[in-house]
Write a protein that binds this ligand. Sequence first.
Ligand SMILES: NC(=O)c1ccc[n+]([C@@H]2O[C@H](COP(=O)([O-])OP(=O)(O)OC[C@H]3O[C@@H](n4cnc5c(N)ncnc54)[C@H](OP(=O)(O)O)[C@@H]3O)[C@@H](O)[C@H]2O)c1
Length: 253
Amino acid sequence: MPTQQTVLLVGGTGRTGGRVLQQLLGRGIGVRAIVRSGGKLPPDVAGNPNLTVIEASLLSLRDEELQQHLRGCDAVISCLGHVLSLKGIFGPPRDLVTRATMRLCRGIEALEPAAPVKFILMSSVSVNRPGGLDTRRGSLERAFLWMLCGVLPPAKDNQRAADFLLEEIGPNNAFVQWAAVRPDSLLEGDVSEYALHEGLVNSLFAPGSTNMANVAHFMCELATNPKTWADWKSKLPVIVNAAALNVTTAKPA
Ligand SMILES: NC(=O)c1ccc[n+]([C@@H]2O[C@H](COP(=O)([O-])OP(=O)(O)OC[C@H]3O[C@@H](n4cnc5c(N)ncnc54)[C@H](OP(=O)(O)O)[C@@H]3O)[C@@H](O)[C@H]2O)c1
């Protein structure tokens, strides 16, 4: 009998993270969720025998405690984000996503797992790939984004977290492999057809849309489907609703 997969989830009390949690449990995956308040988790997951809830502030955990939670995990999914309030956007920790990404990846490395652990980050279409690879972005939009990163800490934080994965972890790390998922404007709604792209397909001035359920579905696929992982590891896939693009390319299971 194959051993059960285990995923460590952070941000599971959030809008997208809650959907990731529900879909992972629906697939029979074991989940360890580090959350500040277990009471904010989706009500239907309570009592699920495959769920372990760790009530703690991720950034306050000691290294040894974090490593204990990471030990034996096949994948880590981060749906952390700055809460959309003045305090969430401008208050500390302004580098929430970057620090969490660094701590989780360094924690995995410290454990020296026999097989690389997958690290799957919820990122954003405001994040650029290096070297001008996201050619879709014109000079006006690049200037606007540069200004955004200057005045909006979450924009800068998301870019720094992706840069850390690209530059510090890289594509050949023996212990951590990664993918940074870039959704467009988040929508409610069920899992539906969605499209995946290596680069941007919309602009910040004419955004596309992505159901949070689709982000969750793709993140679960990355964690559990070897073919999906082989296709997208070390990349920053852009995910958009197929309906918004008027195409029908990707299919949910
Ligand atoms: N909004 C959009 O249209 C959009 C589009 C593309 C990408 N994104 C990105 O997607 C990510 C997630 O978005 P979302 O709307 O699903 O997020 P969300 O509902 O705001 O959830 C944020 C999560 O992060 C946790 N969190 C916030 N501050 C924390 C802290 N200091 N320490 C520990 N945990 C903390 C929250 O925990 P608590 O429940 O304890 O507060 C919650 O679980 C964000 O990074 C965002 O930049 C957003």
